[in-house]
Design a protein around this ligand. Structure first.
Ligand code: 5GP
Ligand code: MN
Length: 339
């Protein structure tokens, strides 16, 4: 894709089809916003569409229009597999490699005969999609879904429901319109979405002002655990399973914590390490400012990836070993981190 393939995609969508729309595992605002926006758009053409999320997502996304229609592969593997096997078209949104849907779901997606459409802004895409719209310069997958609808000549079909979903993903992936991938075009799209009925202030409240007391207490603990390595302009946070339990951790509660570490004056590399007893891993979120690529760093050392300035990863070692490894790697990057 994209422009050259648009007439073909338009023809494909001109008659009702069985369509499955998939976000990545542990879906965030952009993953759920983009998949649900596309779902509502395809419904206007009477497609038999369904969003199948690999697993559950945080409560602060559960008010999104269409949330009640979302299937979760993890809790409904048979029904989900049947839908995937019977799909004419599969849209994969906000990810670009099947394993990002989790191993079990990847095993069903991979052999599927459906035509695949990828819409995504992460680095280093796999080559599985007949229709591939991959652009790492984009603020969000939601901005790209907006572009697709516009290229299909359907801007006038964007109603308040679709606009609300798209607004959520652009807002969350840009850190409320402040990260460098936010362009004047991003703001223009946001302006159009407000005109179409997205209630911007209400959406901000729904996403950001639903803190529980225990989440704020957990944030307090995370801030106490914050460590700084000034020479390498790096800061990191740890949260053990025991600490998560102490503060009644719920999915999504640690969202955004790592950004506090990155907000320190002179810090350009930040990490948070979160123990997951259930998955037997340390989940890692990495953030940077400027040129230093946390995507490359995570791919090289922590089995992950993402964007230049935001990536995820994992470690199968325990917390202390993981931290020791992290600290021991940093000096290799002294030039990049201190230039
Ligand atoms: P987070 O730290 O919020 O989990 O993820 C930051 C960014 O990196 C998101 O865009 C997310 O989709 C991506 N990401 C997180 N974990 C992984 C991973 O294991 N592999 C890849 N390729 N991307 C990831
Ligand atoms: Mn995204």
């Amino acid at each position: 894709m994209i422009k050259a393939q648009i007439p073909q995609l338009k023809a494909l969508l001109s008659l009702p089809k069985n369509i499955v729309i998939v976000p990545h595992r542990n879906p965030d605002g952009d993953a759920m916003g983009s998949t649900l926006a596309l779902y509502h758009y395809l419904k206007l053409y009477n497609h038999n569409a369904v969003v199948i999320a690999p697993n559950d997502y945080p409560d602060f996304l559960k008010w999104l229009p269409g949330d009640d229609t979302v299937l979760k592969f993890e809790t409904a593997p048979d029904e989900s597999s049947t839908l995937i096997n019977n799909a004419d078209l599969i849209f994969t949104l906000d990810f670009n490699a099947f394993h990002r849907a989790g191993h079990q779901m990847a095993e069903v997606l991979e052999p599927s005969k459906a035509i695949k459409v990828m819409i995504d802004h992460h680095q280093q895409p796999d080559d599985y999609a007949e229709y591939m719209y991959s652009d790492v310069s984009m603020s969000s997958t939601c901005e790209m879904v907006y572009n697709v609808i516009e290229m299909l000549g359907d801007d006038d079909k964007i109603n308040a429901t679709i606009a609300t979903c798209l607004y959520v993903g652009i807002m969350t992936d840009t850190g409320s319109f402040r990260f460098p991938a936010t362009t004047s075009r991003t703001h223009q799209v946001i302006g159009n979405l407000i005109e179409k009925g997205a209630e911007n202030s209400q959406i901000h409240n729904n996403i950001y002002d639903t803190n529980s007391y225990s989440r704020l207490q957990l944030l307090g603990r995370a801030m106490q655990n914050l460590k700084v390595i000034p020479d390498l302009r790096t800061a990191y946070i740890t949260l053990s399973q025991a600490e998560l339990d102490e503060f009644n951790f719920k999915k999504g509660d640690t969202e955004g914590f790592v950004n506090y570490a990155l907000s320190l004056k002179d810090i350009i590399f930040a990490a948070i390490f979160i123990e997951s007893q259930q998955d037997q891993i340390i989940k890692i979120s990495l953030r940077s400012k400027g040129e230093f690529s946390v995507n490359e760093f995570s791919r090289a050392y922590f089995n992950g990836g993402g964007h230049t300035n935001a990536a995820g990863g994992r470690s199968e070692d325990d917390m202390q070993t993981t931290i020791n490894k992290f600290i021991s790697i940093l000096p290799q990057y002294k030039n990049d981190l201190t230039q």
